[in-house]
Design a protein around this ligand. Structure first.
Ligand code: SF4
Length: 434
């Protein structure tokens, strides 16, 4: 049987390939591959596609870079946003050419990213429906997990909620009357790519913390570490195959129980590979970066460290499950600097636009952080359905359409609804640049 898997284009104000790959989707592909299906894959966000050979697009460091994009008309909901709206990813004609060569299909799978990227999913479904009106369409991923009701409007044959592959295999088998067996091991099926600029890896699932704004518990309810040997094997195999130099960790609590987990993984990888660089694009918990840990990170060649501070507001810190207090944060920065990390390598995320959060709180946090050798990164708040903060926001701002996935776009600071909003946002952006 033949299956087509599609990672759709992105409609947004900005998008950048910061070690971005659909890891969960690649595991679903592995499931079908191991069940004997013939696999076809089209990733609209693949920057190594031949199309990029003929166009000029800026490349960043460590395998990251810009996507090809075209400006498109803004949906009504964004009419007052003073920014250009774009479609990022390979043009439709490239996709249509690809489809010409694959013939008939039995199933089509589409993954989804951010809830507010739904326009790219709709675009793909419209094309598919015209060309393959009888082929079942299966849609899963972040958007369908958080906006399950809204996703019913996609007119797909099966919408999957969550990340549990075992549950997915049962449901799929029963809906389509096909026996999908769970293999002993599922791993991302990287072979769908001809070339990779980096590898992404998750050494655990879930998170032991419960922050009010975060939706992790809804999709990965239990915090679980993967087997160390299995992680190491997955890394080494793909590093050799794709000549990888950069590895980005997708874990949400990478340094939790460091000695028993990440340390053992790093020890084994660095013994068996050379010149790898490591990156932590998801914010890491400063309290776990003790002196010894920071020296190990330097020795093992971590190049991008992103710390989660989020705010200096004590009350709000409690809402972040007391993930970090300012003393722990200061200590962490000192440890990293002592180990030899430079300002350019240490970033700190602070949240902006939380329910009931005034810009003054963000500005105050920035002013304090400017005294430290690190780069400040604004993490714009996006209301995620099903979270504590989402419910708070719904009550605080009944006039805002926050259940509309497009309105959940973090670039529009959805909960900031005051007159000179864009002036203040630009002021904040300038502050972190200078
Ligand atoms: S620590 Fe991070 S992943 Fe864990 S609950 Fe908080 S925000 Fe979510």
């Amino acid at each position: 049987m033949k299956c087509l898997f599609i990672n759709p284009p992105v409609y947004d104000f900005s998008a950048y390939d910061l070690w971005s790959k659909p890891l969960g989707f690649l595991k679903i592909i592995d499931l079908f591959k191991k069940n004997g299906f013939e696999i076809f894959y089209f990733d609209f966000l693949d920057r190594n596609h031949e199309f990029y050979k003929n166009i000029k697009v800026k490349k960043g460091k460590y395998g990251c870079g810009n996507y090809f994009y075209k400006e498109v008309e803004k949906p009504q909901i964004y009419k007052n946003v003073p920014r250009k709206y774009k479609r990022f990813g390979l043009p439709t004609n490239i996709f249509l050419d690809f489809l010409k060569n694959i013939g008939g299909l039995d199933f089509i799978f589409i993954t989804t990213g951010m809830t507010y990227w739904v326009l790219g999913v709709r675009e793909v479904i419209n094309i598919i429906k015209q060309l393959y009106p009888k082929v079942p369409i299966i849609v899963g991923g972040i958007y369908t997990s958080f906006c399950y009701e809204d996703a019913q409007n996609l007119k797909a044959n099966y919408i999957f909620k969550g990340k549990d592959i075992l549950k997915f295999s049962y449901e799929f088998s029963s809906i389509f009357n096909i026996d999908i067996k769970m293999p002993e091991r599922i791993e991302p099926f990287w072979n769908v790519y001809k070339k990779l600029d980096y590898l992404v890896i998750k050494t655990s699932s879930g998170c032991p913390f419960s922050c009010w704004y975060c939706g992790i518990k809804q999709i990965e309810g239990v915090y679980k570490k993967r087997d160390v040997e299995e992680v190491v094997e997955e890394i080494i195999k793909n590093v050799e195959k794709f000549k990888i130099e950069d590895i980005a960790f997708y874990d949400d609590a990478l340094f939790f129980n460091f000695e028993e987990h990440l340390y053992r993984i790093l020890e084994k990888i660095t013994k068996n590979t050379k010149n790898l660089r490591f990156h932590t694009p998801n914010g890491i918990h400063p309290k776990f970066i003790k002196k010894e840990v920071s020296f190990i990170l330097k020795e093992t060649n971590f190049k991008t460290i992103r710390l989660s501070l989020e705010t200096i507001n004590d009350k709000r810190n409690k809402e972040s499950d007391n993930k970090v207090n300012f003393n722990e944060f200061e200590m962490c920065v000192r440890n990293l600097v002592d180990a030899g990390f430079r300002k350019e390598e240490i970033g700190v995320y602070i949240l902006a636009g939380l329910p009931n959060q005034k810009p003054e709180e963000v500005i105050k946090t920035i002013n304090i952080l400017k005294n430290y050798p690190l780069k400040i990164k604004i993490a714009e708040y996006s209301p995620i359905p099903g979270t504590v903060d989402f419910e708070i926001a719904k009550n605080l701002y009944p006039e805002l359409p926050i259940s509309d996935p497009l309105f959940q776009n973090n670039s529009i600071y959805p909960l900031w609804n005051f007159k000179n909003k864009w002036e203040i946002i630009n002021q904040i952006k300038q502050m972190i640049k200078s």
